[in-house]
Every structure is written in C-alpha cells, then in structure tokens.
Design a protein. Sequence first.
Length: 195
Amino acid sequence: MTGSPSPASPDLLSRLRARGLRRTARPTARPDAWVLLAAWGPCGYAPVAPGTFGTLGAIPVYWALSRLSPSLYLVTVAALVALGAYAAQRAGAYWGVADASPIVIDEVAGYLVTVALVPFSWPAALLGFLFFRVFDVLKPWPASAFDRVKNGFGVVMDDVAAGVFAWAALQLVALALRAVAGCGGAGWWCAPLGS
C-alpha cells in the first residue's frame, strides 16, 4: 500500500493535537503563588508551546542543582515533585482543566528527573531536553496511565515517568559515546553520575 498511514499514526496525531489544544477559560481572580509555581513563572504563559518553554525554564535549575550532592539533588527533586503535584492540583482548579496549558511544573519535574545526577554541561542539558520532550509527547506506559489520572498527581507523574525513560536514553547515549569516542576528551559522558 502506498501512502497509507500506520495504525499508530492517527493515535499519535490525536495525542499531539490534544496536548496542544488544552484550552482553558480565563479566570477572573488573580493567580495565587501556587498557580504561578505551576506555571513556572512566565514559562506557562508562553503563547505557543508552553510545555517546551517550561522545560527550557528548568535548565537553569538543573545547572544550580547539579552542584549539590547526589542525595540532596534527589531530595530536592522529590520535594519539587510533591510541591508540583499540589501546585498543579490548585492550578487545575483555578483554570478549570486538570492539565491546563499554563501548567508546566510537570515539565520542570520531568526534565530534572531526565538529567538527575548527570554533571552539568550544555550538550547534556540539550540532549536531555530533546529526549525529555520526545518521551513527554510519546508517553510510553506508565506515563500514558498517569496521563489518564486527571488531578495534580497524574499531571506531574506522567512527566516524571517520561523523565525516567529520557534518563535511560541519556545514559544509553553516554554508554555508546564511551564505547565509540572513549574518555580521552573528558566529555560529559565520561563523568560519573553525581560528580
């Protein structure tokens, strides 16, 4: 057959459209601190691709947290996930949609899981960004299961699950680069996790 889409294509297109069409009503009240946290400040209010802007807004946090000890990094990200779930719940009530477009704290949490314990470098930050965005859109199980939970917990946990897949992909790339390029140039792929 020529030109016929694969069976997965309509499903993927539907998911992509659904992600971009989370329209919300305009609330009359001013957003509180929880709503602003869920929007990651101005990132969630980007006129296009707020999730992408939310992920970009997480890169400076990755840079700052990468200087912490591994245990403190993990505790900080776990606390952000918990606070993010509560903030997403509050923001969902504010916007009237559980996963409203301005809610991007889930992207921040998912990205920080993607780059967990990876020493900061721009190549690692950008590759982690790319992998996270791909897995956030594809939502392999269990991310797809969390995505069906329409509350703050589900909103954040589907991106955390996508972040775990993206972290694994980042580690596979690091392993491949160590095998192919070696560690003579001391690339980001050679630094041990948490260093």
